[in-house]
Write a protein that binds this ligand. Structure first.
Ligand code: SAM
Length: 248
């Protein structure tokens, strides 16, 4: 079934309407007809099955026939705190981390982070990633986008850490946590992952993460690019504690 985003307050109307480019797409590109079913999501985690009532390139009227919680949200509340990377890499992560089921994305300025945009520019970047995450939700059939929050440094991440059940520091020079590398799948309600920027973590940051109770985890003997490491870590953690590899 085709999926479209609709604002929650529009859904609350008696006859919800899809407007803008999606309405044009339904009417003129897909040439859908009244009576056909589509799926709507409002970013809250709910998904709505809806029937087309009136199809017009400026607005498409629908009636909601059923609503259900998205079955694609991972039971693992996954937060990823990674060093702020160069711009294109951050765009890539906004999309791929959404696809990987990440709930919260916390980019932080590490001691060895290269880019450090001014606050106004940073707000525009976050808005852009939020938009990319919403587009990814449509494509990957999730019910909600990631929340995205910038942290000024690793100390701010550690201070904001709200008692995650699993706390892992991905570090290329560390002894890997045995439970993680050899363990079987197990359920966990929440996990927080720390990954460094292109320049890696500074020794002081590693020490601070260890004192805050993070276990070091290796991704093998090769040094991965920062963006590869983030995606790889999320996939492993979703497989170990979340829903990757499970039947839909
Ligand atoms: N500058 C570092 C160096 O040359 O040793 C490499 C940093 S790496 C490009 C960026 C981040 O990816 C690291 O801080 C770490 O979080 C993660 N990473 C890369 N390779 C890894 C590995 N083999 N095991 C665990 N983490 C890794």
């Amino acid at each position: 079934m085709r999926r479209f985003f609709i604002l929650a307050n529009n859904l609350a109307n008696n006859v919800p309407e899809i407007v803008g480019p999606d309405a044009r797409h339904i009417a003129q590109v897909l040439r859908m007809q009244p009576g056909e079913l589509i799926e709507l999501f409002d970013g809250s985690g709910w998904v709505y099955e809806a029937r087309l009532e009136d199809v017009h390139p400026q607005r498409v009227r629908v009636s909601v026939t059923r609503r259900y919680q998205s079955p694609s949200e991972s039971p693992l509340k996954l937060t990823v705190a990674c060093g702020y990377l160069k711009e294109k890499k951050m765009d890539l992560l906004a999309r791929s981390l959404t696809e990987l089921g990440v709930h919260h994305w916390w980019p932080f300025f590490g001691m060895r982070s290269v880019p450090s945009p001014e606050p106004k520019r940073l707000a525009a970047r976050v808005a852009r990633w939020q938009k990319i995450s919403l587009e990814a939700v449509k494509q990957c059939e999730r019910g909600r986008p990631m929340t995205i929050e910038i942290h000024q440094n690793l100390a701010a991440v550690l201070a904001a850490e709200a008692s995650s059940e699993v706390k892992l520091l991905f570090w290329e020079r560390g002894d890997s946590d045995q439970r993680f590398s050899q363990g079987q799948r197990s359920a966990a309600a929440s996990a927080l992952l720390l990954l460094g920027p292109e320049g890696g973590f500074a020794p002081r940051e590693i020490a601070a993460a260890h004192s805050a109770g993070f276990d070091s985890v290796s991704l093998g003997p090769r040094i991965l690019r920062a963006e590869t490491a983030v995606q790889c870590a999320c996939a492993l953690v979703q497989h170990r504690y979340g829903d990757m590899g499970k039947s839909p």
